[in-house]
Ligand binder design. Sequence first.
Ligand SMILES: Nc1nc2c(c(=O)[nH]1)N[C@H]1C(S)=C(S)[C@@H](COP(=O)(O)OP(=O)(O)OC[C@H]3O[C@@H](n4cnc5c(N)ncnc54)[C@H](O)[C@@H]3O)O[C@H]1N2
Ligand code: MOO
Length: 347
Amino acid sequence: MKLIKTVDAVGHVLCHDMTQIIPEGEKRYKGPRFRKGHVVTQEDVPVLLGMGKVNLYVWEMTPGMLHEDEAAHRLAALCLGEGTAVAGEPSEGKIMIEAACDGVFMLDSERLIAVNSFDEVMVATRKGNFGVRRGDKLAGTRVIPLVVKEEVLKAAEAAAADEPLMCVKPYVLKTAAIVATGSEVKQGLIDDRFTPVMRAKLESFGVETVVKAKPGDEMDDIVAAIHDAVERDVDLVLCTGGMSVDPDDNTPGSIKRAGARIVTYGAPVLPGAMMLLGYLDGRDGKQVPVLGVPGCAMYNKATVLDLVLPRIVAGVELTKRDFQVLGEGGMCLGCPTCTYPVCPFGK
Ligand SMILES: Nc1nc2c(c(=O)[nH]1)N[C@H]1C(S)=C(S)[C@@H](COP(=O)(O)OP(=O)(O)OC[C@H]3O[C@@H](n4cnc5c(N)ncnc54)[C@H](O)[C@@H]3O)O[C@H]1N2
Ligand code: MOO
């Protein structure tokens, strides 16, 4: 910070707000006329002199220093992957990033930490792996001081390693089969309550249920229903029930026998500990996700399914680690009134 004559201040950055008071008349006003961070222009000089400001405290804009707004644009550029966009111009040095389409918001947590490890730089985001709508806020970023050494930005850019930190992947899976297991369901001893719940959930991601099967509990029948669904070229197969330890809980074994490459049977999430995810070879090398969804998903508003479905529908192939990391925050608190997704579940 240095003190300079106002007449020499063009191009320099103000260090604090400048209050203007016009006591009467049409232009009666009291408030900040120039904001901290404002870059003084030629036209501002007479206004400042008229406010009695002969001298100003300014940041020195020496070569190699960037104004916070320019730095904000540089930081935004690090963030912007597929399906994201800048939301307007920087305001007081902060720039916002929003979703350019519906989809699942994904970010690289490790590189985000690397960028945030530089003292004068910050990028704050919403939690990754959740569904967002077009126009939703995703992230905000700024530098902390009013002016910053360009070398700090360069270091942050190197930490981001030429890859956007975040993206919104649009939902690409369009059709599903629901295979509702259970002899009681097949025989009509109870109404099938699971299929409508799953159909509505899939629909909320734009997935239409085009095949419905009730194969009972026999493994051969469940395998045949899964194969039939894949032959009909659905994008996703969702099997309900029969996921636990009863002797006639044959769904995991059937999914395996159908030939699925099993990613996980079990997840550190409650409800939903008994979920299974595998992939089956479909037409033209397509990898078809096959889900085994435990009974809790028929009953609870939010389960493990909600934590993984956005990515699955966006065509992201999940790994065992994607499930392992769900443990922290993976316990639903069972609040009397469920406010999911505005709650800590999965966060
Ligand atoms: N000894 C253990 N028992 C249980 C465990 C365990 O680890 N050890 N896990 C529990 C958990 S957690 C869950 S979740 C459930 C898993 O249930 P399943 O997926 O095996 O569900 P089912 O046994 O097939 O059915 C449970 C219940 O829901 C009814 N059901 C099933 N499908 C439908 C449908 N389409 N429409 C209506 N109702 C349906 C079914 O008739 C049963 O009443 O296991 C716990 N037990
Ligand atoms: O663990 Mo069950 O699959 O939580 O409700």
